[in-house]
Write a protein that binds this ligand. Structure first.
Ligand code: APR
Ligand code: ZN
Ligand code: ZN
Length: 402
C-alpha cells in the first residue's frame, strides 16, 4: 500500500482500479413515462472538472421520482433517463478541482446543491444556490451540457442532478455531502431528500416554537418527516390529515397525535381543524402536492399568526389558490425547498443528530428490496403502501473500459 497517494485511505484501494476509466455497471433505466424500469448495462464516464463519481450503496424512492415516472410534468419528458435522488454512497473518484472529497469518503447526494461561493450561499437568509439550486428541467451536467451516462452508445439523461438508480453516478461536487464515516449509509440516504425536507421545514423554515400546534396534510414520507421535526421541537399537537386512513397507523407510531380524514366530513377540512383547535393551528404543512389541499391547509392555520409551509411539489401550472386580501387576516404562507438546509454546510450535523438517536430514521423505511426489483418498489409507492422502500444497489462494477 506504500505506493498509494497519501491522501487516499487504504480501504479506498479497490476504488483506485476504476479511476479515470469509463465504468460499465448496472442501472435502472426509464425509457418513457409509465414504462417499467429496465436494468441495463450502462457506461458511466469519469467525473469532469468539479464533478464527483460515486458508487451508490443504497437508494430510496420519493414521490418526485414517482411523479416523473408518471409523466406528470410535460417539460420533464427527456428519455432514456436514470431517476433517483435519495441515496448514500462512497466516492469512487473526483474530477479536477474537487478539494473537499476523496475516494473512499462516505457521502450523500443532494439535489439542492451548495457551491459555497455565490451571494446566495453566502447569505444566511436562503439555502438556494445561484448555480446549483434544484432544477427539475435539467437533464445534463452543468459543466458541458452533456450526460455522463450512455447505453449502447445512446446518451442517458440525468435527473435532479443526482440519478441514483445506478451502481455509479456522476454529480457536481456542490451536490455531494461528505458525512461521518460511522454513519449508517442505509439510513443516511433518507437525508438526501425526504427526512431533511420534512424536519427542515419545521426547524429552518417555520422555526417552530415548542408548544405549537401543527397540522400536516399528506402523511407520506415527507409528511411524517415534518411530524418527526415537530415532535423533536416539542409540538403540543400534531394533527395528521390524509385521505388514506391506512396512513394513520404508521403515523400514530411516529408521533402524530390526532387524525382527520377529509372524506369522513361533509364540510371543508379547514373548518374541522379550526373547530378542533379553537381557531386553527399555529403551523400547517402541505405535504401532499395536491392543489386543493393547499388552500385547505392555508385556511386551517390560525388567523393573526398562523403560517402555512408548502413542502409538496405542485407541478400544475395553476396559481396560488388565495385571494390577496386573505393575507390581511394575518395568515402567512411560504415555500420550503430542501427543508431550508444548506446541504454541504448543515447536513453533516443533521447526520450526527440522527446517529445520536435525536431524530428517528428507523420508522421511515417500511420495505427493502434489491434494485433489480425497482418496479415492485414503484408499485408499492404508487399504491400508497410504503413510506420509503430502500433499494440495495448492487455494489460492484461489472467491467471496465476506456
Ligand atoms: N388530502 C390529504 N392527503 C392526500 C390527498 C388529499 N387530497 N391526496 C394525497 N394525499 C396523501 C396521500 O394519501 C399520501 O399519503 O398525501 C401523501 C403523499 O405521500 P407520498 O406519496 O408518500 O409522497 P412523499 O414522498 O411524502 O412526498 C410528498 O412532497 O416531495 C414532494 O413530490 C413530493 O409532492 C410530493 C410530496
Ligand atoms: Zn424527494
Ligand atoms: Zn452557491
Amino acid at each position: 500500500m506504500g505506493s498509494l497517494p497519501n491522501h487516499i485511505s487504504e480501504d479506498a484501494f479497490e476504488l483506485l482500479a476504476t479511476q479515470s476509466k469509463v465504468i460499465t455497471c448496472k442501472a435502472a433505466v426509464l425509457w418513457g413515462p409509465k414504462e417499467p424500469f429496465v436494468i441495463e448495462e450502462i457506461q458511466v464516464e469519469p467525473p469532469h472538472k468539479l464533478e464527483v463519481r460515486i458508487k451508490v450503496i443504497c437508494t430510496s424512492i420519493c414521490h418526485t421520482d414517482l411523479s416523473l415516472w408518471k409523466g406528470e410534468n410535460e417539460a420533464q419528458r427527456k428519455f432514456p433517463r436514470i431517476l433517483g435522488h435519495e441515496a448514500a454512497g462512497i466516492v469512487e473518484s473526483v474530477g479536477e478541482g474537487v478539494v473537499d472529497m476523496k475516494p473512499g469518503d462516505h457521502v450523500i447526494p443532494i439535489f439542492s446543491g451548495e457551491c459555497g461561493d455565490c451571494k446566495f450561499c453566502k447569505s444566511e437568509k436562503t439555502n438556494l444556490c445561484e448555480k446549483y439550486r434544484v432544477d427539475p428541467f435539467r437533464s445534463t451536467m452543468l459543466g458541458d451540457g452533456r450526460t455522463r451516462f450512455s447505453v449502447r452508445g445512446q446518451p442517458v439523461y440525468h435527473f435532479l442532478s443526482t440519478s441514483t438508480f445506478s451502481e455509479y453516478t456522476v454529480l457536481d461536487h456542490a451536490c455531494v455531502v461528505k458525512i461521518d464515516r460511522e454513519a449508517p449509509l442505509e439510513r443516511m440516504c433518507l437525508l438526501s431528500c425526504g427526512v431533511s425536507t420534512g424536519v427542515g421545514a419545521v426547524w429552518n423554515t417555520a422555526k417552530m416554537e415548542a408548544g405549537s400546534s401543527v397540522a400536516i396534510f399528506g402523511l407520506g414520507g415527507v409528511g411524517l418527516a415534518v411530524a418527526e421535526g415537530a415532535r423533536v421541537s416539542g409540538a403540543s399537537r400534531i394533527i395528521g390529515v390524509d385521505i388514506n386512513p391506512d396512513k394513520f397507523i404508521k403515523a400514530k407510531a411516529m408521533g402524530v397525535t390526532e387524525f382527520v380524514n377529509p372524506r369522513d366530513y361533509d364540510r371543508p377540512v379547514h373548518q374541522v381543524i379550526r373547530e378542533m383547535t379553537e381557531g386553527g393551528v399555529d403551523y400547517s404543512f402541505e405535504c401532499s402536492g395536491n392543489y386543493q389541499v393547499l388552500r385547505e391547509s392555508f385556511l386551517s392555520s390560525h388567523d393573526g399568526w398562523g403560517m402555512t409551509i408548502i413542502v409538496g411539489i405542485h407541478a400544475s401550472p395553476k396559481m396560488l389558490p388565495l385571494h390577496p386580501m386573505e393575507l390581511f387576516d394575518g395568515r402567512g404562507i411560504i415555500g420550503s425547498t430542501f427543508g431550508g438546509f444548506k446541504g454541504k454546510t448543515q447536513l453533516p450535523g443533521l447526520a450526527i443528530r440522527c446517529m445520536k438517536g435525536e431524530v428517528n430514521l428507523e420508522g421511515f423505511i417500511t420495505h427493502e428490496l434489491p434494485m433489480s426489483q425497482i418496479n415492485q418498489a414503484f408499485k408499492l409507492l404508487n399504491e400508497g403502501k410504503t413510506l420509503r422502500c430502500l433499494l440495495h444497489v448492487a455494489s460492484s462494477a461489472v467491467g471496465l473500459s476506456g
